[in-house]
Design a protein around this ligand. Structure first.
Ligand SMILES: [Zn+2]
Ligand SMILES: [Zn+2]
Ligand SMILES: [Zn+2]
Length: 140
């Protein structure tokens, strides 16, 4: 995706266009896998922690990225599909975590199976599958 499209994307999500936001978006879209806050810090060293943290927060609030709870406690963030907005930030796809390289991925092609628990109101479901990712399987 080109810089110009990222500007449009930010505007669509009612976010002001800043260099940091553009750089974070670029990083997300050039990675197939989900990113942790640590990944942002390592790749975008010209911004300080606070700026990156705020950027990530504003992205999460406005439906550009979603948080993926992982089993090691460090949250990963995945880019949202174009259907997400500030009002409708819903995810029903499966997440995959790799035991070998520790990466986390959004598996958009697979949906979380529908679950009903009588007497309970379900707000959100997280479906984390672990194993060996495509990249690691190929490098064996
Ligand atoms: Zn979303
Ligand atoms: Zn892997
Ligand atoms: Zn996801």
């Amino acid at each position: 995706m080109a810089q110009e499209n990222f500007r449009e994307l930010l505007k669509k999500h009612t976010l002001r266009v800043t260099d940091c936001r553009l750089d974070v978006l670029t990083l997300f879209s050039s990675n197939e896998k989900a990113l942790s806050f640590r990944n942002l810090e390592d790749n975008l060293t010209k911004y300080d922690r606070v700026t990156l943290y705020r950027t990530l927060n504003s992205f999460e609030e406005s439906g550009l990225v979603h948080k993926i709870p992982t089993d090691n406690g460090a949250a990963a963030y995945g880019l949202c599909q174009s259907t997400c907005s500030t009002d409708s930030h819903n995810h029903d796809h499966i997440h995959f975590t790799c035991d070998q390289c520790g990466s986390v991925e959004c598996i958009e092609s697979h949906q979380v199976p529908a679950v009903q628990i009588p007497g309970y109101l379900i707000k959100e479901m997280n479906f984390l599958v672990s194993g060996t990712c495509k990249t690691c399987l190929q490098s064996v």
